[in-house]
Write a protein that binds this ligand. Sequence first.
Ligand SMILES: Cc1cc2nc3c(=O)[nH]c(=O)nc-3n(C[C@H](O)[C@H](O)[C@H](O)COP(=O)(O)OP(=O)(O)OC[C@H]3O[C@@H](n4cnc5c(N)ncnc54)[C@H](O)[C@@H]3O)c2cc1C
Length: 394
Amino acid sequence: MASPISFDVLVVGSGASGLAAAVSAERAGARVAVATKGSLQACNSAKAQGGIQAAFGDDDSPDLHAEDVWQSSHETANRALVTVLTSEAPSAIHWLEELGVEFTRENGGYRLARCGGASRKRLLQVGDRTGHAITKALREAWEAGSGTTLAGSPLATLEQRANGWRATCGEHVVDAATVVLGAGGRCFKEAAERGELSTNHPNATGEVTRIALDLGAEARDLDALQYHPNGGAWPENMQGYSIPETTRAYGAVLLNADGEEFTESLAPRDVVSQAIFDEVGKGKGVETPDGRPAVYLDTTRISQDDAEISLPYMLRRYRAAGIDPLREPILTYPVLHYQNGGLVIDEHAETTLDGLFACGEIAGGTHGRNRMMGNSLLECCVFGRRAGLAAARN
Ligand SMILES: Cc1cc2nc3c(=O)[nH]c(=O)nc-3n(C[C@H](O)[C@H](O)[C@H](O)COP(=O)(O)OP(=O)(O)OC[C@H]3O[C@@H](n4cnc5c(N)ncnc54)[C@H](O)[C@@H]3O)c2cc1C
């Protein structure tokens, strides 16, 4: 066995949550290591396009944001966590700006979009590469510090000892006073097992949750997996692509085979996904050339200006595949996207085990059984920061 290397804090995973925790723990004075399965860049967070929620509108407030989360969760979220999420959202945005994220602006303020389930325009964006911009800034902040990166080092075992934790991460044996789990969800693996499409990165396989459960950590809502209402259904190379929900915020609507609108396009995600399943079930869907079910997303209703400012990446991808979404509707169908539930945490992101923290998609409670779009990147930043700070002080 390799000789153990020692740190104050071990962070597992290098998505937005893990990186936010690592930066925050290091800035609090801890000696920190990040152990991650692949490269530092490999994660779901970098794939996020749509945006991140925070109440900045004149007609908005953290309380209204919290109420929208509560309603979208069908009153299943943990209200204490929701209050932390929405009240710290503006400061998390300013923290990201200090790290170099440049949110799209207009008329002297942020360009805000309304997302499914929201009562106000609240979604900040960096074009349609928001997750890429956030993870890049966090990664650069992490790499500018003196922390240790253990890439290609998946967590395989974790054991509680008298004075902290011992982990095996790839070839490394790591001792740490505290551990932050930021290893994401399991939708890639789940979709593969069901023979379905997923928006997720191949590293989203969920074994770290299993390790924590085996140690006795509590979890909630693990059965509540979320479908993204608008997976790409055609052309073939766009299958599983998550069409940004901002297409609907900027005017796109869902149409059945007869060209009729069959649902409120900006309802919460589970409602929109179910409406699509039902419409197809009634025989009112369309079929892709390879025989998959689909409905139309009429993206021709998006203005050229909105598309160019807020959807340039989506436009490029479809146009490269031979379809111009501003000239013809695109084919869409729900795809497996997000693990709503996860490890139970408190307001400082500590699990039910002392000295073991969890943040981001691996944690449960903040969204209850149904997450609103734009609140996951937010959760990663708000609870990642909190986890890092608490783990450093523990
Ligand atoms: C295509 C797409 C679009 C999205 N769009 C949005 C959006 O617009 N707004 C929004 O708020 N949310 C969005 N989401 C959801 C959001 O991006 C993710 O839920 C969130 O970023 C998860 O962050 P995370 O840090 O918890 O996990 P991830 O970003 O998934 O990172 C997990 C990390 O853990 C590592 N890991 C996994 N297993 C192990 C192991 N055994 N040992 C060590 N490391 C491990 C992975 O390699 C990775 O580095 C989107 C998700 C996808 C997939």
